[in-house]
Design a protein around this ligand. Structure first.
Ligand code: HEM
Length: 492
């Protein structure tokens, strides 16, 4: 049955293609592509790299047809500035991937909502109640406590001479850092090998959302969800929602016993919004937002820590500089790294920036959408075109960077370039209205985790691997993962 529907949907696409060929004029240049599938085959397994190569031929603003979807790809700092600053509002729409179109999700999600009153309200709540400095300061102690758990966990491996999977440890720790910033409590156990259902649910969503989906290129196929990705994500969303419900119930029980606490953490703040909304909002309205926080916030931050450690292992002289900076900054022995140490670690900050430049966790940002027809660089971008900003390509553009493929943290030491969305040659968190709201939390988590790993341990590669043999290959998905997980042996 599903196969039949698929067949008819595809046949309908083919007929529509030949019967109603739409040829908007003055589109940016790009490859002609094949009938029906357009340039889909050009994308390959690493679309960031293939699109970067194509941009050398067709220019900084390209147009590709991916299936039936018109896609504009932006590949230089100047073009990104046009799209994300000059025409910020016009391009602040989202092209929603089909896998997350589960009932109620897009409407309640900050990541996938179209710009409008609901999206603005969600961003306002997050900026005020989760990412504002006073809120992050209030949950600082909880994150520092999570670092002690991480250090103890690695300490145990160290005592037994066991290797540590850096990405796995960082992912589990990040989930707890995010959850402590929201609920003031853990969601996973670093000590347990399986690390629990929560982690696998978040992981499953990341994996399914990062799988290329035919339904995104041929909307007629959405009805059948040909790869079952939407069905898979729906189940994971439902299980995460059940988990959040438990957290919420427990919090409401504690209010009943001790009275509603004011302004303690993000969950308190959300529940206050529900109380003050006079019945307009329910706790269910916030579940997609909570999903967003874990899915958008966990792997992005943990892959950055893994890549930074990999780069430092590959460049032992830079590892030595980073470690000695931390050891010199924290002279009081016996204490752990604190978030207040970060401003005193300029080299570490440069390492993080250089890592984000070479390995931007979200290499094409999250797909934008033109909400109106716009002229950019002398070309017409049609309304509802998907707009991809190739951040990976921008960060490797020799027009913006000297020796762009080399890991050179020092380049940031004498420069005021930061990732806050003003320097378009370096926008790993995006820029403009859709800039990542989680940046202030990510900044704290990444520096705290990396500094703790470097302060408490020295690290070596497993026997037989020399630094220059360390594999630095990556794997494209929702985030740019290290293809071969980084395993290191700690010592004191
Ligand atoms: C290294 C860490 C991180 C990186 C590199 C990163 C990167 C990004 C990027 C590129 C975008 C899309 C920007 C665009 O559309 O132009 C984004 C959006 C978003 N990020 Fe992050 N992010 C990180 C950490 C976090 C954290 C820790 C959270 C929350 C706990 C978070 C929550 C979000 C949300 C909710 C959005 C959607 C915003 C919207 O569409 O209005 N991110 N992030």
């Amino acid at each position: 049955m599903a196969v039949d529907i698929c067949f008819f949907a595809l046949a309908a696409c083919i007929c529509a293609y030949f019967l109603f060929p739409r040829k908007p004029t003055n589109l940016p240049p790009g490859p002609t592509g094949l009938p029906i599938i357009g340039s889909l085959l050009h994308l390959g397994r690493k679309p960031n790299e293939s699109l970067f190569e194509l941009s050398r031929r067709y220019g900084p603003i390209m147009c590709l047809r991916l299936g039936s979807r018109t896609t504009i790809v932006v590949s230089t700092a100047m073009a990104a500035e046009e799209v994300l600053q000059k025409h910020d509002q016009a391009f602040a729409g989202r092209t929603v991937v089909d896998a997350v179109r589960t009932p109620g999700h897009v409407e309640g999600s900050l990541v996938w909502n179209q710009q409008g009153p609901k999206w603005r309200e969600l961003r306002r709540i997050c900026n005020m109640e989760m990412f504002a400095s006073r809120r992050l300061e209030a949950s600082r102690g909880l994150r520092e406590q999570k670092m002690r758990v991480l250090i103890d966990h690695i300490g145990a491996a160290c005592a037994e001479g066991r290797p540590v999977d850096i990405g796995k440890c960082a992912f589990t720790t990040t989930l707890n850092l995010v959850s402590n910033s929201i609920f003031s409590q853990d969601v996973v156990d670093l000590g347990s090998e399986s690390a629990g259902e929560f982690k696998s649910l978040v992981w499953d969503i990341l994996e399914a959302a990062g799988t290329p989906n035919l339904a995104d290129y041929f909307p007629a196929l959405r009805v059948v969800d040909p790869q079952g990705l939407r069905r898979r994500i729906t189940v994971s969303f439902q299980r995460l929602h059940a988990f959040f419900e438990e957290m919420i119930d427990r919090r409401l029980e504690s209010y009943a016993a001790k009275g509603q606490k004011k302004d303690q953490d993000f969950l308190d703040a959300l529940l206050q919004h529900v109380t003050h909304s006079a019945g307009k909002l329910t706790v269910n309205d916030f579940k997609p937002l909570l999903v967003d926080m874990f899915v958008a916030g966990s792997d992005t931050s943990s892959v950055t820590v893994e890549w930074a450690m990999a780069e430092l292992m590959k460049h032992p002289e830079k590892m030595a500089v980073a470690r000695s900076e931390i050891l010199d900054a924290i002279t009081c022995k016996g204490r752990t790294v604190e978030e207040s140490d970060i401003p005193n670690l300029p080299y570490l900050q440069a390492v993080v920036k250089e890592t984000l430049r070479l390995h931007p966790p979200v290499p094409l940002l999250i797909p934008h959408r033109a909400d109106e027809e716009v002229e950019v660089g002398g070309f017409t971008i049609p309304k509802h075109a998907q707009v991809l900003v190739n951040e990976w390509g921008i960060c490797r553009d020799s027009g913006s960077w000297d020796d762009p493929n080399a890991f050179l943290p020092d380049r940031f030491l004498a420069s005021d370039i930061n990732f806050k969305g003003q320097h378009f040659q370096f926008i790993p968190f995006g820029a403009g209205r859709r800039i990542c709201p989680g940046l202030p939390l990510a900044f704290r988590m990444i520096h705290l985790m990396l500094a703790s790993l470097l302060y408490h341990f020295s690290w070596r590669l497993p026997d037989g691997i020399e630094p220059d043999q360390l594999d630095m290959g990556d794997k494209f998905g929702v985030t740019l993962q290290k293809a071969i997980p980084l395993t290191l042996i700690p010592s004191l």
